[in-house]
Design a protein around this ligand. Sequence first.
Ligand SMILES: C[S@@+](CC[C@H](N)C(=O)[O-])C[C@H]1O[C@@H](n2cnc3c(N)ncnc32)[C@H](O)[C@@H]1O
Length: 258
Amino acid sequence: MSGFETLRALVVLGATRRGHMTLTVTDVAGGLDVSVENGKDLDLKFRSELASFVPSSGLIRLVWHGEVIAQNGLPYQLFGSAKVVPPAGAFLQATAHGEAVLVDSMRRAIGDAKSVVDLFAGCGTFSLPLAQTARVHAVEDVSDMMEALAAGWREARGLKQVTTETRDLFRRPLLPDELAKFDAVVIDPPRAGAAAQIAELAKSEIGVIGFVSCNPVTFARDARVLLDAGFVLDWLEVVDQFRWSSHVEVAARFARMS
Ligand SMILES: C[S@@+](CC[C@H](N)C(=O)[O-])C[C@H]1O[C@@H](n2cnc3c(N)ncnc32)[C@H](O)[C@@H]1O
């Protein structure tokens, strides 16, 4: 079955007339990783129908209402040299090509920094590739994503140390004394931006910030705070990450004026 045929068959099998069934589909090595919300309720009979659907479907993992129904291999993502199995439906960059461009931007942004803090780190899209050259502390508020990142790092070879911290950066941003341990920051907030964390970065002694944003409006607001605090914008790149939409991703480097 092609990917779309599989998804269509899954909808025929599991949609109800009550509302919209949502499928989160991730392209993984060997097939698709699918997480379904708002489908039919799971009972014994339906669970076994779904489980028997998976082996011939090309699905690597099927998660229904948060429950893993069947897995046909490891639904992993390769971040640098590390294999990470993200929790079902977890945030991932939208396209592999866009992701590669953003990772390259952040490598150039941190340069030869020896210790980096990756804020809003997700499952380690930036942390793990950057750990090829720097110690990385990854911070994110979804604990399952931090666990996936840590497990990927433990299995990988040849990376510098990566530590993780589950923390709500809107309510509890890293403070200047905590930031003092790092040579550089990578920050990639959700569309709302990172007002609280940027205010602390502005007060800190941090010299270099690699900034990724999927919302140019909140990026401009947060960039203004950094510029007013004495940073300069070294460069800014626009990445056409969201194919078939008018949205863009921005990657930038800020550095303190010396
Ligand atoms: C744009 S994504 C970037 C993730 C990661 N850097 C990547 O490229 O895959 C933003 C991340 O921020 C996390 N997040 C959202 N609100 C947060 C908060 N208040 N505190 C910490 N992390 C948060 C989300 O779970 C998500 O993983």
